[in-house]
Structure formats: C-alpha cells, structure tokens
Design a protein around this ligand. Structure first.
Ligand code: CA
Length: 287
C-alpha cells in the first residue's frame, strides 16, 4: 500500500489558506484507491484539523513539524514536548529583543498582545529602508500568519509559565532579514532544539527529538507501511526531513531552488493545484 505525505502551507493550501476543489478531489481519489494520505504540517493539530474539516477531508495529521501525530479518528498517539526551561530561555530572549513570536501548545497558540503591532512597525522600517518594496505583498504574508486558529493573547512572557503546558513549537517571524539571522546565530547550536523554516520570514523551533521525517517514520511503522512506497510533497526547509525518508520527493513549483534541487520531481505551484497534478502523475505510473 502506498502513502502520500502532504505539507499544507504553500503546498495543499493556496495563497488564501484554502484547499481547492481540485486538490480535494485528488486527495479523495487517492484515498479511494487505498492510498494513505497523511498531512504533515508546521501548523498546530487543531488548526490543521479545522482546515480539513471545512472541505470534508479526514487524514492522519503530523502537527507542529512532527511534535504531534494524530490518527484519522483524532487520537493522539505521539507528542514530543520541549523542555520548559529551554522554552523559557528562548522566549525570554525573543521577548527581550522585540521579536514577534508564537508559542504552540496542544490547545492554543500564545502570542504577546503587542506582537502584531511590532510586525507592522517592522514593515514601516523595511519600507523606509527600501521604498520600492511591495508592502502589500508583505502585509498579505503577515495576514496569512494571523489566519491560524487558536490564538490566545498574553500580556507578559511570564503568563506562559503560570500553568503547566506541553510546549510543542515556537515560531518567530520577522520582515528584517538581519534580525532573523541574529536569532539563528544565537540558537542554531542549542543541543535541545531543531530550527527549521516554513517561509522566507520565519523560523520554527521544536525539540531536537522530532521532525516531520521522524514522525512520518513513526506513523508509517504504526500503519504497517513502508516509506519505500511513499511520496512526500512540500515547499520548504521544514519538509527536508521527510524528503530524506521517502522514495519519491516532490517539490512544489513555488518552492525555492534549494528544495527543488533535492527532490526527484517538481510539480506545479500551490496556485495551480500542484498537489492534484502530482497525485495523478503518481497514479499513472504506480497505482
Ligand atoms: Ca509549507
């Protein structure tokens, strides 16, 4: 039996955070053929689940870059949380240096109340430095970020630690490239953390114990499937770990060149139903 792992943002989702009818049909077609379709995303499980529900799809979900694995029925069978003191060090640094950030737990996404203003201030700064830049496009990217479900706004960093939470993922976002680099430089060698990116302006940080690829391996083992008979489709750095594990890796047409270079195949963009096209191509040669 075959398995297809699908990233959401920039892959199954178009730029309006929707799954097109063509992609829904192709996923249902694959499922009817007996293929196990798995969603593997940086988004929280509850957020991914709400996106699938809107179009009537159900599938196992690897959430927050491998920190959670849920079955098709919604049962969580793996959760890899970050150490609380590591999260504390990370988030306090981000807060102190005025970064936009989100902290993902199993039930909510915490973000500081003033963080969105901070991003708009960054946008003004970037525009001031480079007046020719298209800030509408950047605003859309920020709004796509704010389109997630489950936000809870906090006053202070300390609010995060007033109760016990399983911290699954931390995201930081900035329109200033040097600011992102500064963050990466500071935390890249932290032995407890894996830092990936799912877009030009963000970093996603989770426990070093997991990744989309590690979770996909666990899930396939549970399902009794081999990744020798698996395809993964994605567009960003946080998909590399699953591309390494599967037989067929497919880069979206909108992926950057680094991603395209490591994949076996390249499909159309997320605005051209690249996922549906890859599924039908695979079904011609393999199913
Ligand atoms: Ca993506």
């Amino acid at each position: 039996m075959f398995l297809i792992a699908l990233d959401l943002d920039g892959t199954v989702l178009n730029n309006r955070n929707e799954i097109s009818e063509e992609n829904v049909k192709a996923i249902e077609y694959a499922q009817q053929k007996g293929i196990e379709v798995v969603i593997a995303t940086g988004r929280a499980y509850f957020d991914a689940q709400s996106i699938l529900k809107k179009v009537g799809l159900s599938a196992p979900v690897i959430g927050t870059n491998g920190s959670t694995i849920h079955t098709k029925e919604g049962n969580c069978f793996s959760q890899v949380a970050m150490e609380e003191n590591v999260v504390k060090e990370l988030v306090e640094w981000l807060d102190q240096h005025q970064y936009y950030y989100e902290v993902f737990t199993d039930k909510e996404i915490f973000t500081p109340k003033n963080a969105r203003n901070l991003l708009m201030e960054e946008l003004d700064k970037v525009k001031h430095q480079n007046p020719t830049i298209n800030t509408n496009e950047l605003k859309e990217i920020a709004e796509r970020q704010f389109g997630q479900e489950g936000y809870v706004f906090i006053e202070n960093v300390s609010d995060l630690f007033s109760e016990k939470h399983p911290f699954l993922n931390v995201l930081t976002f900035s329109f200033e490239k040097n600011k992102l680099e500064k963050f990466f430089h500071k935390f890249q060698s932290n032995q407890y953390l894996t830092i990936v990116s799912s877009g030009e302006y963000n970093f996603e940080i989770h426990s070093r114990q997991t990744s989309k690829g590690i979770a996909l391996e666990n899930l396939s083992y549970k399902l009794g499937l081999s990744l020798e008979h698996a395809m993964a489709i994605g567009d960003s750095i946080n998909d590399l770990s699953m591309f390494e594990k599967v037989k067929y890796s497919v880069a979206m047409g909108n992926a950057n060149d680094k991603i395209k270079a490591v994949c076996n195949m390249i499909t159309e963009t997320n605005e051209e139903n690249g996922v549906a096209k890859a599924i039908y191509t695979l079904s011609l040669i393999h199913i």
